[in-house]
Design a protein around this ligand. Structure first.
Ligand code: ARG
Length: 467
């Protein structure tokens, strides 16, 4: 029975063994159930490797064509769902190689020249990450940014209370609030872009850990796979999982941002706030209480942060204390990488739909700005304009707030005489500073939450996202 006979479960590394692997061994070491997702990247990497072997004369033209043809048929079979993922083949690398040998014979047996699964999996991961960043994560981040920009276009000039310590603080424009997420999401996108730049080097040719005695051309492989170059040290290249850990971190920070959005909006659509209404299609009901309308999608976005953080923590734990070189522990990386990716991507996509289908209750938000002295800081700044030192102004306004609270009114409802008695610097123009609308019109500092900066920022983002 040949080693390539599919009915023979012996693995390709079986040469020095006298016993076949136990069922427990086979079942426990296999990663095919998780890493089959890498099949396309594995084939692309193998073809680039084979082409390089041809160019340096390690395989013939016929070998290369047979490998190319074999890989094409394997890819088709996988795409059509015809390929049998035999767990006895351990992982996607050996499953594809075994199928290639089955289909091509000797040319297939030459493919693994000057290559180990250790550099192969490092390559596949980088190829997968690059694609995940370019084709999934960044477009999904941009899509959510666009959803917030559109919300800002619809209702950006509405005024809402801004909070610190979850206490009403100062009035802000709803548009500035929306753009606060656009801004943060932009850092998320740039984190993925940074990491893409850092990982875009080919580890292939690092072999098991020491490289190869054969005259391979690593730069050629890197070039044909559109890497910016090759990794510099073969030992580091097979030991390194920084790309995976960094990716999980970028997902985690993004998940944290989505959980902040979810938390805000769960509160905003409570009856206590009633700042926001999410369309029925994006709410759920209760099995018992007929009146309920629950923001479960937001709660799940908040809850799924746990998957991203859990994956990051798992990955950090996996790499902790590993000795230099490849260790099988590293195989565990993919489960957590894919979990972090899938969960974060889905949350991004769902968040964008929820944003598209939500509306602020502008009356309700404005009403909340009328109560709670949200214009107190603006009043202190009015006094500063009248040359009162800020610390003194703070004190004066604090006293006025205490008085108004006692009189059960807002600052703008205090009689001018009482205001003047608190500070001689106060004049009748003070009423152009008090009240939420006056305040948001008066924010002049760059990047502030007022009308002028919001309009500028909105135009800026509209132009940037159109590109
Ligand atoms: N399935 C393995 C992984 O994902 C591939 C590398 C296995 N290398 C080895 N020497 N056993 O890490």
């Amino acid at each position: 029975m040949s080693q390539n006979d599919p009915s023979n479960p012996k693995p390709s590394w079986h040469g020095r063994f006298t016993q076949a692997p136990a069922a427990a061994t086979q079942q426990f070491v296999e990663s095919l159930t998780v890493d089959n997702r890498l099949w396309k990247h594995d084939i692309v990497g193998s073809l680039a490797h084979a082409h390089m072997l041809l160019k340096v004369g390690l395989i013939s033209q016929e070998d290369f064509l047979a490998i190319q043809q074999g890989m094409k048929s394997i890819a088709e079979d996988i795409e059509q769902g015809r390929f049998i993922f035999d767990l006895a083949k351990e992982d996607i690398h050996m499953a594809i190689e075994a199928a290639l040998i089955e289909r091509t014979g000797e040319p297939g047996k030459r493919l693994h020249t000057a290559r180990s699964r250790n550099d192969q999996v490092a390559l596949d991961l980088r190829l997968w990450l690059r694609e995940a960043i370019d084709e999934a994560m960044i477009p999904a981040v941009r899509r959510l940014q666009a959803a917030f920009v559109h919300m800002a276009e619809r209702q950006g000039l509405a005024i809402m209370p801004g909070y610190t310590h979850m206490q009403r603080a100062q009035p802000i424009l709803a548009g500035a609030y929306c753009l606060s997420f656009v801004e943060g999401l932009d850092r998320d996108a740039s984190r993925f872009e940074d990491l893409r730049r850092r990982i875009n080097f080919s580890p292939l040719g690092s072999g098991a850990l020491a490289g190869s005695t054969l005259p391979i051309d690593r730069d050629a492989v890197a070039g044909s796979l559109m890497f910016d170059g090759i990794t510099g040290n073969s030992i580091d290249a097979v030991s390194d999982r920084d790309p995976v850990v960094e990716y999980a971190f970028a997902c985690s920070l993004l998940a944290a941002r989505l959980s902040r959005l979810a938390e805000d909006w769960v509160l905003f659509c409570s009856q206590e706030f009633a700042f926001l209404k999410i369309d029925d299609a994006y709410c759920t009901g209760s099995s018992m209480m007929p009146q309920k309308r629950n923001p479960d999608l937001l709660e799940l976005i908040r809850g799924r942060t746990g998957r991203a953080y859990g994956s990051l923590m798992a990955l950090m734990t996996i790499v902790k204390g590993l000795p230099t070189g490849y260790n099988r522990d590293l195989q565990e990386d993919k489960y957590h990488l894919f979990t972090a990716h899938d969960s974060t991507l889905l949350c991004l996509q769902v968040a964008a739909e929820v944003v598209d289908h939500s509306a602020f209750n502008e009356q309700r938000m404005l009403g909340a700005c009328q109560v709670g002295f949200l214009d107190a800081t603006a009043l202190a700044e009015y006094l500063v304009e009248k040359k009162v030192p800020f610390r003194e102004a703070h004190q004066v306004v604090g006293n006025l707030v205490a008085a108004a609270e006692k009189q059960n009114c807002e600052l703008r409802e205090l009689p001018l005489a009482q205001l003047k008695a608190a500070s001689a610097a106060i004049d009748h123009d003070v009423f152009d500073w008090l009240g939420a609308q006056n305040v948001v019109n008066r924010y002049v500092s760059k990047g502030s939450a007022g009308v002028k900066s919001f309009k500028e920022a909105l135009e800026n983002w509209q132009a940037r996202l159109a590109r």
